[in-house]
Design a protein around this ligand. Structure first.
Ligand code: TYM
Length: 330
């Protein structure tokens, strides 16, 4: 690998991806590939922190891989791999677990939210951010492109890196979060006070990357706005603001330009156009996905090669860590 800074990110294969995942993360992965050495992971070990049907997990893992490729990730430029193929993640995760305060994990918003939803909360859900820290730190990553909801997890990653470095000696690069200017937090189309999420029981709340074009248009038409009728980009009109953010992410226009264009046209026309902007924006990805997803041999060659390259880098860091904590080298 050339001497460029490292970018690292991952997405869970726990169901289909939404346009929230796309706008907040995946879309931004693409442009980083030329300037940085990028690693993009499919974090199947994170996905099992809530119960998964094994056959669905297998399918979803390959779906996410095919979506990565369809969106424009290039295995010639970036390392694309599946987390469970690189055992060093679990190994570094264990070491970091021994240095993480229980209180800090219990304060994580995502843990608190998920713990509310499940009656039987497992230790893996609590320790989830530690595994995420291991993902990032194994590769000496400088930047982590993610949505706003991952902010606390990046903070804990930085804390752990600093703690390890000061307890032993300089070992880990301290990573920084990279969030998009617009769209770092895409909200539910039905309830703009909650994040767009594939686990939303109301299917109209989210648009999946693999939804049909018709469903995409319909869901946008049914999205909540407000009764003021005014076309403004403001927190008081959270539903409209969210739709403007989605538009801006796909069209490249700024929220101000969008307001100017639609302030005299109204919500109906805006939603009509937004439907087209999203459908057009996703069309190439949706078309490529079908082709790539059917080519099992290609998918396999990508994840095998990715795992090999990732393992090499991960093991370099893991060996240092093991030595510093006092394990006897093999
Ligand atoms: P996950 O799988 O929940 O989400 C994948 C990415 O999508 C972003 N995202 C959103 N962005 C904007 N609006 C939304 N409504 C929205 N919903 C999701 C997330 O912020 C994320 O960037 N813990 C991570 C996966 C992970 C990871 C890592 C990420 C594991 N190890 C190492 C970076 C580096 C997660 O659960 O993402």
């Amino acid at each position: 690998m050339e001497d460029k800074k490292i970018v690292y990110s991952g997405i869970q294969p726990s169901g289909s991806l939404t346009i929230g995942n796309y706008i907040g993360a995946l879309k931004n992965f693409i442009g980083l590939q030329d300037e940085y050495n990028c690693l993009y992971c499919i974090v199947d070990m994170h996905a099992i922190t809530v119960a998964q049907e094994p056959k669905d997990l297998r399918k979803n893992t390959l779906d996410v891989l095919a979506l990565y490729l369809a969106a424009g990730l290039d295995p010639k430029k970036s390392i694309i791999y599946i987390q469970s193929h690189v055992p060093a993640h679990a190994e570094l995760g264990w070491v970091l677990n021994t240095m993480t305060g229980l209180g800090q994990l219990q304060r994580m918003t995502q843990f608190k939210d998920k713990a509310k939803k499940y009656t039987d909360v497992q230790a893996g859900l609590l320790n989830y951010p530690v595994l995420m820290a291991a993902d990032i730190l194994l590769y000496q990553s400088s930047f982590v492109p993610v949505g706003e909801d991952q902010k606390q997890h990046i903070e804990i990653t930085r804390d752990l890196a600093q703690r390890f470095n000061s307890r032993y000696s300089e070992t880990f690069t301290i990573p920084e979060i990279l969030t998009p200017k617009v769209g770092a937090r895409i909200m539910s189309l039905k309830d703009p006070s909650s994040k767009m999420s594939k686990s939303d029981p109301n299917k109209d709340g989210y648009i999946l990357l693999l939804d049909s074009e018709d469903d995409t248009r319909k869901k946008i038409k049914r999205a909540v706005t407000d009764s003021s009728g005014e076309f403004r980009y403001s927190d008081e009109q959270a539903g409209l603001k969210n739709l403007i953010n989605i538009h801006a992410s796909f069209s490249g226009m700024s929220p101000e330009e969008i307001v100017k264009k639609y302030e005299n046209l109204g919500y109906g026309e805006f939603k009509e156009d937004l439907g087209e902007v999203v459908v057009e924006g996703l069309r190439p990805l949706r078309e490529r996905f079908k082709e790539i997803r059917e080519d099992k041999a290609y998918l396999e060659s990508v994840y095998k090669e990715g795992a090999e390259k990732a393992s090499y880098l991960a093991n370099k860091t893991l060996r240092k860590v093991y030595k510093k904590v006092g394990f006897i080298p093999r």
